[in-house]
Design a protein around this ligand. Structure first.
Ligand code: KIV
Length: 308
């Protein structure tokens, strides 16, 4: 199937925008969030795409305010939110719940929600049912699923139904048991060639974007140069068209987890612990709440104070 997201002669993405000037339709609220066409145009214009995960409304507001281009409600929530050892037990209901929370916090960033393990592998019909649910019930604009050639039928079915798809190859955490752990993929010649074929299969099936996780930087750069659709790397070097990190990792919320590919842009674990410890001390000493945090009875006839 020809990929509808690849730029044809004349630069499809911007031409489509010119034909459908959404903001001119005054009676329909404009969609301010970045679309698949905006992201395609970023690759065409050599602009790097910044993507980050989020799992709730508060973090969604913060990362949106910081100007990220794409937000992923990753099934990594199984590990960072639910405390599981891997992503395998995450359900479609979990993704719907967190996807909805994040959607409410985003004004500008494009929202992608992960399809969890065994929600698309059984058949194209199963992928459609679950991908459709994510789109209808969360307000996301695209879904992400793992696998190269083996996931081509699911990708194609979703795209034909009008659901944009982000592919994901390299280290695919849903296959952790088959891969023997969370390891770099595509190091040997044969494995590298397989990844190049998988990347082409994902684009050919109609995905508009591709995540490359933990692959050698040279290989990721080669794949990025070969594809028309943007690649988003995590542990895949600087040659990708964009980067993604788990928000908890980039904020340094868990000091125990510091793999090589994560750069911590803040160290928030200890400031959070210190702030809560301070609160605990003040509660125990009776220093909190102070008078300014308290309500008082009105003078005259008793009235119930307004809370907010
Ligand atoms: O689940 C996730 O957060 C992901 C990213 C790490 C790409 O798939």
């Amino acid at each position: 199937m020809a990929n509808p997201w690849t730029l044809g002669p004349g630069g499809g993405a911007t031409a489509e925008h010119a034909r459908f000037p959404a903001r001119a339709l005054t009676r329909i609220p404009p969609m301010a969030r970045k679309t698949v066409l905006d992201l395609q145009a970023m690759k065409a214009g050599n602009q790097k795409i910044a993507m980050v995960t989020a799992y709730d409304y508060t973090m969604a507001r913060l990362v949106d305010a910081a100007g990220v281009d794409m937000v992923l409600v990753g099934d990594s929530l199984g590990m960072v939110v639910q405390g599981q050892p891997d992503t395998l037990s995450v359900t479609v209901d979990d993704m719907v719940y967190h996807g909805r929370c994040v959607a409410r916090g985003l004004a500008e960033a494009h929202l992608t929600v992960d399809m969890p393990f065994m929600s698309y592998q059984v058949s194209a019909a199963q992928a459609l049912t679950n991908g459709g649910r994510l789109i209808k019930e969360t307000g996301c604009q695209s879904v992400k699923l793992e696998g190269g050639a083996r996931s081509a039928l699911a990708i194609q079915a979703l795209v034909e139904a009008g659901i944009p798809v982000v592919g994901h190859i390299g280290l695919t955490p849903q296959s952790v048991h088959q891969l023997g752990g969370f390891k770099v993929q595509g190091r040997g010649e044969a494995a590298a060639e397989q990844l190049v074929r998988d990347a082409a299969a994902v684009q050919e099936a109609g995905a508009f974007c591709l995540v490359l996780e933990m692959v050698p930087a040279e290989l990721a750069a080669e794949i990025s140069a070969q594809l028309d659709i943007p690649t988003i790397g995590i542990g895949a070097g600087a040659g990708c068209d964009g980067q993604v990190l788990v928000c908890n990792d980039l904020l340094g919320l868990d000091a125990r987890f510091h793999p090589r590919f994560v750069k911590r842009f803040a160290e928030l674990q200890n400031p959070v612990i210190d702030a809560v410890r301070h609160y605990v001390d003040e509660v125990r000493q009776g220093a909190f709440p102070a008078d300014e945090h308290s309500f008082h009875r009105a003078r005259g006839p008793h009235r119930v104070a307004r809370l907010y």
